[in-house]
Ligand binder design. Structure first.
Ligand code: SF4
Ligand code: SF4
Length: 282
């Protein structure tokens, strides 16, 4: 399913603004350097998942800058294609807009591919339901803001100990790479890939997480607490939340808000960030 406008996107360099779009710009420091984004936003309404490609593109630009900063500091990212231990030990948490968008990306796949993936998602969900994890998570206080973090840590620990692959993992690579969630894009290791299988990896430090920016932005529009959707529970979650993908707002307001939260987060993070390599300097 796709609604108008479908093409909120970043403009490269001096690329001209397409007809029927407004320009939303933002500039702020990132790893001590200025970064500027120009987004083309069609006039009219948009839904939260319509903004996800823009958030993914911004995240990818941050990742490029992190990789470059690591190289400048003499480090090396060890992640490569086909090195997928993380995809078997990482219970991917998604923001609500990303979960809604991933459902649409899955629905757009050829039928044969959908038929192959559906049982994998159901199997992952069954593992979650059959575990004692749900009960442990329920015992956390939903009114305590720290419980979201505690839930994620608890779920991640349980998942990695039980070593279930992500339903999208195919031949040790991401089977839906262009649609992979932001936490997968942001996850960069500096250590031997073997460490990722035992959760002893050294991760690159980021000034902030784009995942948290999107989470805060979506909560503001939905009027809810920031919510996480687990990849393993995506289909079950969607059955009860499909209507959240139908609400719409003026597209320019959605994008302006995302850019404002992003810029403020980046400015605050820039004051204390000490560099991408743990223990290194900027
Ligand atoms: S996070 Fe670890 S397992 Fe995943 S791609 Fe990077 S080095 Fe490989
Ligand atoms: S979505 Fe892709 S990159 Fe992320 S954990 Fe699953 S297979 Fe790995």
């Amino acid at each position: 399913m796709s609604t108008q406008p479908s093409r909120i996107r970043l403009l490269a360099g001096d690329q001209k603004l397409p007809d029927g779009c407004v320009l939303i710009e933002s500039e702020f420091p990132y790893i001590g350097q200025p970064v500027a984004f120009r987004a083309a936003v069609p006039t009219g309404l948009a839904r939260l998942p319509d903004v996800v490609p823009l958030a993914r593109a911004i995240c990818d630009e941050f990742v490029r800058r992190i990789i470059s900063a690591v190289a400048d500091a003499g480090g090396k990212i060890t992640c490569t294609k086909g090195c997928g231990a993380c995809c078997s030990s990482f219970l991917v948490p998604m923001t609500v807009p990303e979960a809604l968008r991933l459902i649409e990306d899955l629905q757009a796949l050829p039928p044969a591919q959908r038929r192959r993936l559906e049982p994998l998602f159901l199997k992952a969900e069954r593992k979650l339901v059959e575990s004692d994890l749900a009960g442990q998570m329920e015992s956390l206080d939903p009114n305590d803001p720290a419980s979201t973090v505690a839930q994620r840590e608890l779920a991640g620990k349980w998942w990695s100990e039980n070593r279930f692959p992500c339903p999208l993992l195919k031949s040790d690579a991401c089977g839906l790479y262009r649609s992979r969630p932001i936490p997968c894009r942001e996850f960069l290791a500096l250590s031997d890939p073997k460490c990722c299988a035992t959760n002893t990896e050294t991760r690159v430090h980021r000034p902030f997480s784009m995942h948290q920016v999107v989470s805060a932005w979506a909560a503001q529009f939905e009027g809810t607490r920031p919510t996480l959707v687990l990849m393993a529970n995506l289909l079950g979650w969607w059955q009860h939340n499909a209507e959240r993908g139908r609400r719409s707002w003026p597209a320019a307001i959605l994008v302006r808000s995302l850019m404002d939260i992003l810029a403020e987060t980046a400015r605050q993070a820039n004051k204390t960030f000490e560099g991408p390599i743990p223990g290194g300097s900027r």
